[in-house]
Design a binder for this molecule. Structure first.
Ligand SMILES: Cc1cc2nc3c(=O)[nH]c(=O)nc-3n(C[C@H](O)[C@H](O)[C@H](O)COP(=O)(O)OP(=O)(O)OC[C@H]3O[C@@H](n4cnc5c(N)ncnc54)[C@H](O)[C@@H]3O)c2cc1C
Length: 487
């Protein structure tokens, strides 16, 4: 090994960029290969109606430190912006309703709050009340969200609250997502006895007590693309976009990576002391097949959901009244194509300000519609014009929006979100155990400890630290246990 160990990072989403940034600052010679022609993966900021609009991730969880700390470290602290006071609504039983005042991922912390929200029918509400009459759970085990929450509170709580909130994070289905993998705190709390509502109440109380008044979420003025640019600029990695890694093989001294240039088909073989995979589970599994087959099998078992985001700008006059909510969750049982609407310029005051300065004298509203969830792929198998038409139709039905937008943009996210289905925790553990048996190979990204950006940053930094140690650089690394918390 030379004086400066060579490391190859595969994937230029936030996870790969963070890992490359850390590894290069620790003294490795880093090459980052990204298959797409742009960096950022599921973070993308484009222009809609003359203002920056995030068409992938749009907010950072500020309650956990990793993402906001990185933003500060990169000198982006003064661009941090928080959401305004508007709250979201859920479309239920034909009307837009507030979420129960206290809830944990849609699990109500109080039956009275649930009743006041009017999200459920009287029958659904009565069923939810039977939770208190059921015997406590001794061991939650790896059960689906629907099995546990539906079993205790009834199907309506799952269909109208929990699944729409979880769908916002995973584009997943409650009958497949694992409760301990997606809401780990609640699964733990439930084993301490009492009802599910009681467990949610204890969690809600603790988070109220711990609340410092600091906002839970943060965005960046100008969009989250600034985080991608800063990571690429401040690190010292040699970043090559449009190079897709096709094969990975062990050599007597390290690893060789075979990559092809997208478009030209040109090929290259790169030698390295270490390789860090920061790509989605399917390509990661394919690359590991030959050298670490057990990790390939584990990661290959993680499914991904595809999505599309339709960003639209409308004149304020298209709305029956100025919108005051930050967004709308649309449960699958309410029908339609759109599963969530974010009223971006209501949620983020910096966007409203940007619209005002780009269009003086005109009042515009910027919003985005999220479409697609696991198992509903046919919804996405239409062209952009049709997807836009369906989004407009749902906006008319849900918000009463009339006419056409002044600008629109459709963004497709194929294989966007790893599914934390029942069995996920074991799959991740198996992948980690298999990788730990091989020197100079690590993996990180949204499949591991949470799909949110904060979780990706934490996992990438931990993987970079472990690899640093393996290739003989810098301070010792520690295996980090992170939680599956997501925004
Ligand atoms: C629509 C949407 C909205 C979201 N909103 C939020 C949000 O508001 N807040 C939040 O915290 N999270 C959000 N998320 C989740 C979050 O954005 C992602 O989980 C996170 O950005 C994933 O980062 P990553 O680097 O692990 O993976 P990715 O972003 O998927 O990056 C992996 C990269 O690897 C590349 N790649 C794949 N195969 C190869 C190969 N063979 N060779 C080279 N390169 C390869 C891909 O092209 C890609 O760029 C959202 C996700 C989506 C899709």
């Amino acid at each position: 090994m030379g004086s400066q160990p060579r490391v190859i990072v595969v994937g230029g989403g936030v996870s790969g960029l963070v890992a490359a940034y850390d590894l290069s600052r620790r003294g490795a010679t880093v090459t980052l290969l990204e298959g797409a022609t742009r960096l950022g993966g599921k973070i993308a900021t484009v222009e809609v109606a003359g203002v920056p609009a995030d068409t992938g991730a749009e907010s950072l969880l500020a309650r956990r430190p990793e993402a906001v700390r990185l933003v500060d470290e990169l000198g982006l602290g003064e661009r941090v912006r928080h959401p305004g006071p508007a709250s979201p609504r859920v479309l239920s039983r034909g009307r837009l309703r507030r979420l129960p005042r206290r809830q944990v991922m849609g699990v109500p912390a109080s039956w009275w709050d649930l009743a006041r929200s009017r999200v459920l029918s009287p029958r659904g509400l009565l069923r939810a009340g039977t939770d208190r009459l059921r015997s406590p759970v001794a061991d939650v085990g790896d059960v689906s969200v629907r099995e546990l929450v539906g079993g205790r509170l009834g199907p309506d709580v799952v269909d109208r609250l929990v699944e729409p909130l979880l769908a916002g994070v995973y584009a997943g289905r409650a009958d497949r997502l694992s409760l301990p993998a997606t809401v780990p705190g609640l699964a733990d709390e439930l084993t301490r006895g009492g009802s599910l509502t009681g467990a949610a109440a204890r969690m809600a109380r603790r988070s109220r007590q711990a609340a410092t008044g600091a906002p839970v979420f943060a965005g960046l003025s100008g969009g989250l693309g600034a985080l991608v640019d800063a990571l690429a600029d401040r690190g010292a990695a040699d970043i090559r976009t449009g190079w897709s890694v096709r094969e990975l093989a062990r050599t007597p001294n390290g690893w060789t990576v075979h990559a092809r240039q997208v478009g030209t088909g040109a090929a290259t073989d790169l030698e390295a002391d270490g390789v860090l995979l920061a790509c989605p589970p399917t390509p990661a599994a394919r690359l590991l097949e030959r050298e670490v087959p057990a990790a390939a099998t584990a990661l290959g078992g993680i499914d991904t959901a595809s999505m599309a985001v339709v960003s639209l700008a409308y004149p304020l006059s298209a709305f029956p009244a100025p919108p005051r909510m930050s967004g709308v969750l649309v449960p699958a049982v309410e029908g339609g194509t759109v599963k969530a609407i974010t009223l971006s310029s209501v949620k983020w005051p910096w966007i409203a300000e940007a619209l005002r300065s780009a269009h003086p004298g005109e009042e515009l509203v910027l919003l985005r519609c999220s479409i697609g969830r696991i198992g509903a792929e046919p919804e996405l198998q239409v062209d952009d014009t049709e997807l836009l038409r369906r989004a407009e139709r749902d906006l008319a039905r849900i918000l009463g929006v009339r006419g056409r937008g002044v600008d629109a943009r459709v963004t497709r996210w194929g294989g966007a979100l790893p599914q934390y289905d029942v069995g996920h925790t074991v799959r991740v553990q198996d992948a980690r155990t298999a990788l730990a048996g091989h020197r100079g190979i690590e993996a990180c990204g949204a499949s591991f400890d949470g799909v949110g950006i904060a979780a990706c940053v934490a996992t990438a930094r931990a993987a970079a630290a472990r690899l640093t140690e393996q290739v003989g650089l810098g301070e010792p690394a520690h295996r980090t246990n992170t939680t599956g918390e997501t925004p």
